[in-house]
Design a protein around this ligand. Structure first.
Ligand SMILES: Cc1ncc(COP(=O)(O)O)c(C=O)c1O
Length: 447
């Protein structure tokens, strides 16, 4: 089976037939995972060797030393370049954070970058506490969702080399208009690269490279691996960035923050079911979000698939082609009327597995909720098959100064859920009983 054919974009038409492009799930399962020509093994073997025999000096079968490349990491990188649609080059790293560090180091000394203001706490920490001191990197943190064009353009400097986007942002799930930011970047003499951290939506719901982004970053630890048993990260770049990809590959080897063959093998196995899991995460999250909306114990529900989200239209417009197909079929299946617009208005649509909500009350009620759930485990991280819940102000975003957190809307009553793929009725029942325990009982006792 040829990866070129499976990738579709490289396939050429023959015999006048329209060229066939393999869909997301087919590429996730087959690209980078061809049966072994020697043994016939359908699943790649794990190659633990750190070094590879050379027939004569410099003459080898493509591998020399495992930090520079090994069969499992190369196979995973091929899969990633194919499923992050619009990608051509994939590079895997030992964590999402070492991926961030490598990209920022590639900018050299005294560069300036513009970053979305509620970026992942660890990324904020690396930009402001490590890169700033070690390489003189200056970061302007901006509300890229609401800032007007003038403000954004005014933030660019001669040495602005990169714009860092996370969309949805974490944990308040605000959405950035990626094509618009790309057009602003292209219009400015500094012409910065646009990087999108696509961890929250995964390559299934969003394809930033098709929207003009230059680099996509993932913490593979989350949805791509999907089973909460690997820490890993990746970069994916489009075909026009061969030189940049080669530079980053040089740094991948020179810095050496690379994943093990076993972790690469696990992440590749996880990626094979990404499309199935993301559909289930999305439909489950939508139902949980709707249950939260109905609860008298909840002040606000933040889920971009709900029509109450201020950027709900943008969320729909920016779905990847494969997610749009899934969402439209879902809306049709839920529709009471002849067209699916009615379902869109009434129900909303699946848009990833992350929800944030403000519980009625404060830290006490949030704590009670988080210790009353049976299926949602109180834990950091996200994107695994199991549901998790956490308190951003004291957990994932605890490293952000309090005043800053307040500006970002990360208050004591904000709770973040990573909705898993368990049976949705069980998840809804769990949320309802935990809300009752956290808020219902305190209301009753104060009556
Ligand atoms: C959006 C986002 N980017 C990057 C990272 C860092 O990834 P890792 O934990 O794999 O180092 C995380 C981790 O939570 C994240 O949520």
């Amino acid at each position: 089976m040829s990866p070129a054919l499976l990738n579709g974009s490289d396939a050429t038409a023959t015999n006048g037939l329209k060229k066939h492009q393999d869909g997301f799930g087919t590429r996730a399962i087959h690209v980078g995972s061809e049966p072994n020509p020697e043994t016939g093994a359908v699943i790649p073997s794990i190659s633990l060797s750190t070094t590879y025999k050379q027939d004569s000096v410099g003459k080898h079968k493509g591998f020399e030393y495992s930090r520079s490349g090994n069969p499992n990491r190369n196979a995973l990188e091929e899969t990633l370049a194919s499923i992050e649609t619009g990608g051509a080059f994939g590079l895997a790293f030992a964590s999402g954070s070492s991926t961030t560090a490598t990209v920022l180091q590639s900018l050299g000394p005294n560069a300036h970058i513009v970053s979305v203001n509620d970026v992942y706490g660890g990324t904020f920490r690396y930009m402001s506490k490590v890169a700033k001191i070690n390489q003189g990197l200056e970061t302007t943190f901006l509300d890229l969702e609401n800032a007007d064009d003038e403000t954004i353009l005014a933030s660019f400097q001669e040495n602005t080399k990169l714009i860092w986007i996370e969309s949805p942002t974490n944990p308040t799930l605000r959405l950035i208009d990626i094509p618009h930011i790309v057009s602003l970047a292209r219009s400015h003499p500094s012409n910065p690269l646009v990087l999108v951290d696509n961890t929250f939506l995964s390559p299934f719901y969003s394809s930033p490279l098709l929207q003009g982004a230059d680099i996509v970053l993932h913490s593979l630890t989350k949805y791509v691996n999907g089973h909460s048993d690997v820490v890993m990260g990746a970069l994916i770049l489009p075909p026009r960035h061969a030189e940049l990809a080669a530079n980053l590959r040089f740094l991948q080897n020179a810095i050496g923050a690379v994943p093990s063959p076993y972790d690469s093998w696990l992440a590749q196995r996880g990626a094979k079911t990404l499309h199935l899991r993301m559909k289930a995460h999305g439909t489950n999250a939508l139902e949980v979000a709707r249950a939260l909306q109905k609860s008298p114990y909840v002040e606000e529900v933040i889920y971009p698939g709900l029509t109450t989200h201020p950027k709900n239209e943008l969320a729909y417009r920016s779905l990847s082609p494969h997610a749009r197909k899934f969402v439209d079929a879902y809306l049709t299946s839920q529709s009471k009327a002849a067209d699916s617009e009615e379902a869109f208005e009434r129900i909303g649509f699946p848009y990833g597995g992350m929800i944030s909500f403000r519980i009625r009350g404060g830290a006490v009620e949030a704590d009670k909720f988080l210790t009353s759930t049976r299926l949602f485990t109180l834990a950091e991280s996200l994107g695994g098959v199991e549901s998790l819940a956490e308190h951003p102000a004291r957990m994932t975003h605890g490293s952000i100064p309090e005043a800053e957190r307040a500006l970002l809307g990360i208050g004591d009553n904000l709770i973040r859920l990573s909705v898993g793929v368990e049976e949705v009725e069980d998840l809804v029942a769990d949320i309802e009983q935990a809300l009752e325990a956290a808020v219902g009982s305190s209301i009753k006792s104060s009556d």
